[in-house]
Ligand binder design. Sequence first.
Ligand code: ATP
Length: 251
Amino acid sequence: MVDHRLPAALELRNLKVRYGGIQAVKGVSLAVQPGELVTLIGANGAGKTTTLKAITGLVPAAEGEVLFRGEDITSAAAHTLAARGLVMVPEGRGVFTRLSIQENLLMGAYCLADSHHSASTFSNAAIAALLEEQLVLFPRLKERLHQLAGTLSGGEQQMLAMARALMAQPAVLLLDEPSMGLSPVMVEKIFEVIRDVSARGVTILLVEQNARLALQAAHRGYVMDSGMITTSAEAKTLLDDPAVRAAYLGE
Ligand code: ATP
């Protein structure tokens, strides 16, 4: 449920990012309200991943501002953000392949000890309860709890990466191409989970190349082309937009 009385969960104001002489992001402004699932779609190289990296401080912003729950985090160090409730699941997932599924999940909770949550959130009992919550959401992980993460399929690793992010109890979850490289059945499953997580009230910014599925799941969408936002609207409106259909929905 979107509550417009609160500051935006995440807001970008005229964000610009350069890699040497290449301007990858050319003045992006967008907002994600608390409880919203917003998707950022666009072709290869449009600047979507770079936008997420700039939000989380993995690449510096050349200009503009990133606000998280009304606070300026433009220059915040990447490693401090998870503890503040801004958590990214990167493209390629980044699970610890030599650790078990359980160990990976517990790593997700490490930042709770130094976080925006109350002390009771990171007691052993609370962490066990959080772990159990993820295993209900991701039954495949429950069956494989002591298996090494490196032995999971791509789809299962994606689920593990999402479950690990949820262990940090994010206020805002950033998802970078969660469907990348997965079989159609796994893609459907991942989107089911995204809808489910969103329905529980987690605010999500979803970067996706699978524009149709992303727009079907999202409340609103932004279309990015060559480093700029070209269109933004309710997701349903974008699904019906002839230009979006021709350029991004393969019609
Ligand atoms: P994709 O969907 O293919 O991942 P994207 O929309 O996420 O694309 P980015 O990965 O953000 O796009 O890339 C935007 C532009 O920035 C591209 O032209 C890319 O070549 C360039 N770029 C990305 N990372 C770097 C880097 N580390 N150094 C130089 N240029 C980069």
